[in-house]
Design a protein around this ligand. Structure first.
Ligand SMILES: Cc1cc2nc3c(=O)[nH]c(=O)nc-3n(C[C@H](O)[C@H](O)[C@H](O)COP(=O)(O)OP(=O)(O)OC[C@H]3O[C@@H](n4cnc5c(N)ncnc54)[C@H](O)[C@@H]3O)c2cc1C
Ligand code: SF4
Length: 508
């Protein structure tokens, strides 16, 4: 008889997951299921679906070798009901377990569903916290309580002290908490850019790829070439490859963008971290070890570790602190539908074309492309934040709501009015020109502010400030830009409004 049924989700592929630790391979069964509902409630990128299904199938095999009995329901199993509730109800009816054990999911919607099961399935449900994170949700709430501002930098220092990473006694290694002043260099196209780790397909992945072609051919994105690792071993190889080939330059060129260089010196490991194939603390220890051995400079090691124990943990804390209302905040009352070119990539704006083309090809864009190209443009143009959130959630292989939503709604759109970011990440074409080589090949002129040939970011930027001056005028850094706008002549301000309106009309 089955004692407990343990449900494992597609982003819980960790053998030491709390639900597995609470169970016993001799008496309990694991349930894993590929679900149409989850694969298509937003139309996820084909590569993302293939990655998750293949990693799930490999993880089920890993659990079996550890002695677990795993019931794995493939997408094309004729009995598959297609939903969590349907599959759990079916397994409960078949196995009559005495209890259901779960690790809390990464999405509010799913957590709500789980909470209803004890009543609807008439089985005791134990939902355990997900302790694969460095900061628990309770610890984050305690940190956030009574603070006027929730600034990542202060949270990050707490996480450095807690983990002991890059600490020299109770002081930060190198005498500073943050070495960003040495980062953010633009990149030259002549730099050698390493390629991320790539793996050939095995038979399991091959079958999944065929399934995705059959069932999800109308979803966004290119399925091939598919080079993601799909096992823990592969993900660890990807991390080792990153540390050896790219990490030394990670800090220097973290914010740079180059045509035909989608990855630069980024790690391309968020998809492995977020589904549980890599452990955040182990990743940071490996990076710290490379620094201590002298193969990686402090600005790279510190910059990288900050992304993981700082930003990643902070973003998760904000999600659980502020959901469910956070999903619908819209500080600027933006209502523009998402422009079609976010799906087709068909635009004359070279920066957006490049970011969207590589998103389609790799299910990947690095942070600055997400923040300062696709995100910045959407905010300046006035795109409805929830529609943009669904786009980011669909198109990136690393996108799960707990991490994607605060990054989109809070960081990139300032739709929470400044809870997460101290000012909107709004920039004109000058920023993109400084940090990339996109403008060289663009049909628009980044130096012109208005007119048919002017870079559309420019008029949109000034028009955005003018439209939202009531909401932004009090912000010291943005207020200064509004005062600059006020010094423009009447004719210039009218030309800005006309150019911005023309861009918005063109993309509506
Ligand atoms: C609008 C927008 C949407 C985003 N959506 C997601 C998402 O769905 N999933 C996701 O994992 N990240 C998201 N990010 C954060 C960041 O862009 C990605 O983590 C990063 O680009 C992943 O690529 P990488 O592994 O090469 O990261 P690197 O640049 O090499 O950074 C290393 C690691 O740091 C972590 N990290 C860095 N920045 C962040 C951040 N802001 N929030 C959380 N973790 C961070 C990631 O785990 C990443 O793998 C988003 C950012 C923006 C602006
Ligand atoms: S000119 Fe403007 S639209 Fe063209 S690439 Fe540069 S920033 Fe983008």
């Amino acid at each position: 008889m089955t004692r407990n049924l343990i449900l494992i989700l597609g982003d819980q592929l960790t053998p030491t997951l709390s639900a597995l630790r609470a169970g016993d391979p001799l008496h309990d069964r694991v349930l894993m299921a590929e679900l149409t509902e989850e694969a298509s409630y937003v139309r996820h990128h084909k590569k993302k679906i293939a990655f998750i299904f293949s990693a799930m199938r490999h993880f089920a095999d890993e659990l079996r070798t550890l002695g677990w009995t795993v019931d794995y329901v493939a997408l094309d199993d004729p009995h598959n009901t297609g939903s969590f509730s349907g599959e759990v109800a079916r397994a409960v009816a078949e196995n009559r377990p005495t209890g259901l054990i779960l690790t809390e999911p990464g999405e509010w919607r799913v957590a709500e569903m789980f909470r209803g099961w004890e009543q609807s399935l008439d089985v005791p449900v134990t939902m355990l916290s997900d302790d694969r994170f460095i900061c628990s949700t309770a610890e984050f709430s305690a940190w956030a309580q009574d603070r006027k501002q929730l600034r990542m930098e202060y949270f990050y220092r707490e996480m450095r002290r807690k983990t002991g990473l890059l600490m020299d006694g109770d002081q930060p290694e190198g005498g500073k908490w943050n070495f960003d002043a040495e980062n953010r260099k633009p990149a030259s196209a002549s730099l050698f850019m390493p390629r991320p780790y790539a793996e050939p397909h095995d038979a399991v992945t091959q079958k999944v790829l065929a399934l995705v072609v059959e069932r999800f051919d109308n979803h966004f994105g290119d399925l091939e070439p598919f080079t993601y690792a799909v096992t823990r071993h592969g993900a660890e190889a990807a991390l080792a490859h990153f540390i050896a080939t790219a990490l030394p330059h990670f800090g220097d060129y973290q914010d740079a963008m180059l045509e035909r260089e989608p990855f630069l010196y980024h790690a391309v490991i968020a998809q492995y971290l977020n589904c549980g194939l890599l452990d955040p603390l182990q990743v940071c220890h490996a990076v710290e070890a490379a620094f201590r051995e002298g193969s990686v400079p402090i600005n790279a090691a510190e910059g990288f570790i900050r992304q993981i124990i700082g930003w990643r943990e902070y973003i998760r804390g904000i999600y659980w602190l502020k959901m469910p209302d956070y999903a619908d905040v819209n500080f600027f009352n933006h209502t523009l539908p998402l422009p079609d070119f976010y799906w087709t990539g068909e635009t004359d704006m070279a920066c957006l074309r490049a970011a969207i083309a590589q998103t389609k090809q790799y299910a990947y864009a690095h942070h600055i492309q997400r923040l300062m190209v696709t995100g910045n443009f959407a905010m300046l143009a006035g795109v409805e934040p929830h529609a943009l959130h669904e786009w980011y959630l669909s198109v990136y292989a690393d996108a799960y709501e707990w991490v994607e939503l605060p990054n989109t709604i809070g960081m990139s759109q300032f739709a929470d009015g400044g809870l997460l970011a101290s000012k909107p990440y709004a920039a004109s074409g000058a920023y993109i020109n400084r940090m990339s080589n996109y403008c060289v090949g663009c049909r628009y002129d980044v130096k012109q502010r208005t007119g048919a040939n002017a870079c559309p970011f420019n008029a949109l930027y000034w028009d955005f400030l003018a439209r939202h001056r009531d909401k932004l005028g009090g912000n010291p850094r943005i207020g200064q830009m509004i005062r600059t706008y006020d010094k423009f002549s009447d004719d210039e301000r009218a030309a800005i409004a006309t150019s911005a309106a023309a861009t918005i009309a063109r993309i509506s």
